[in-house]
Design a protein. Structure first.
Length: 343
């Protein structure tokens, strides 16, 4: 059985020991009655208590509490599928995850600044389908088009430089992969957002890839991640806890933002160029694309029947019976005794 709020079962860590303690105290109290009164005196001083009735009373109360907790956990019944239509733009985001994105010229690092901006952008989406391709020396479809923004946020959190098999920065190849994916899967209104430090060093020429995007009516917005002054690339720590930086030919590697091609890519496709550090970068992009014709997408939703009512009903019944049932011995007067008294 599946539950909508399984965290409620944590109450058992409190309720079970409490019920066990109350049960033990009740048992000890019944045992100790004989220590204070003898059998002849007890009925005159207190109402006679039945151990069996006390046990039944306790069991009903405990069962009622357990059933009520199960009801609060919202047991689910059979699944219910529903389908809604959402309207929005298809947006493919290409994120550079090469080692240079570890550079700290943007604090705490380029990649962390990118992830923070992507989370903020994700929170602003409403009906837009979003996908993601990560790239370095190779590219990978990290997330297909989706309107499940919670799952998309989890993917954002999992990004880190060096996550792909080959290092480097193949911007042109990443653009081409996005174009192919969008031609195959996206609607008529489609936008690509390219986030990188711009240091292309392998693969297809980015400008040629941008022309391919223009031919397929894909607008590209480019976002530069880095500074013109650049920064060193951390590669770990030494035995004393000091940060080790990437070394090439005996010198620390300094990676700098190269935005010349990024501006050209945006200009070719009708997009704009921004810096990841600019306030409201993604808001500016949203404002620019809001007048595009929206695509209609069917979104499947899965829910479940709520079956808490029977558990709650029986829980209340058992609890009320447990509280209302007397613990004293029940005496039943027979009709024979009544008739004898009349005579």
């Amino acid at each position: 059985m599946r539950f909508g709020s399984p965290e409620v079962f944590r109450l058992f860590f409190i309720v079970v020991p409490l019920l066990a303690y109350l049960g033990y105290r009740t048992f000890r109290a019944l045992q100790n009655l004989g220590l204070f009164f003898d059998r002849a005196t007890a009925p005159k001083m207190i109402k006679p208590v039945s151990g069996r009735m006390a046990a039944v009373k306790f069991a009903l109360t405990a069962a009622g509490v357990v059933l009520i907790i199960v009801a609060l956990a919202r047991p689910w019944g059979k699944p219910i599928k529903s389908e809604t239509t959402v309207n929005g733009i298809d947006i493919m985001i290409a994120v550079d995850v090469s080692s240079s994105m570890l550079a700290t010229d943007i604090k705490p690092s380029r990649i962390e600044a990118v992830k923070a901006a992507l989370r903020e952008f994700s929170a602003s989406l409403n009906g837009d389908r979003v996908g993601m391709i990560t790239f370095a020396g190779v590219d990978f479809i990290q997330c297909p088009f989706t309107v499940d923004y919670d799952a998309y946020d989890l993917i954002i959190d999992s990004l880190y430089p060096g996550m792909l098999a080959k290092d480097g920065t193949a911007i042109g190849n990443a653009i081409k992969s996005c174009v192919e994916r969008m031609v195959e899967k996206a609607g008529k209104s489609r936008v690509m957002i390219l986030i990188t430090d711009g240091e292309n060093n392998t693969g297809m020429a980015p400008v040629e890839a941008a022309k391919l995007a223009k031919e397929n009516n894909i607008r590209i917005y480019t976002i530069g991640a880095g500074t013109a002054q650049g920064g060193v690339i951390p590669e770990g720590q030494d035995m004393f806890g000091r940060t080790i930086h990437k070394i090439y030919k005996g010198e620390e590697v300094v990676t700098k933002l190269d935005d010349s091609e990024l501006r050209e890519i945006a200009g070719i496709t009708g997009g704009n160029y921004h810096l990841i550090t600019d306030p409201g970068t993604f808001n500016s992009i949203r404002d620019d694309i809001k007048n595009m014709q929206e695509n209609s997408t069917k979104k499947e939703q899965m829910s479940h029947e709520e079956n808490y009512a029977p558990w709650l009903l029986w829980g209340i019944i058992f609890f009320v019976l447990g509280q209302g049932l007397p613990a004293r011995k029940l005496k039943f007067k027979s009709k024979t005794n009544k008739a004898a008294k009349r005579v």
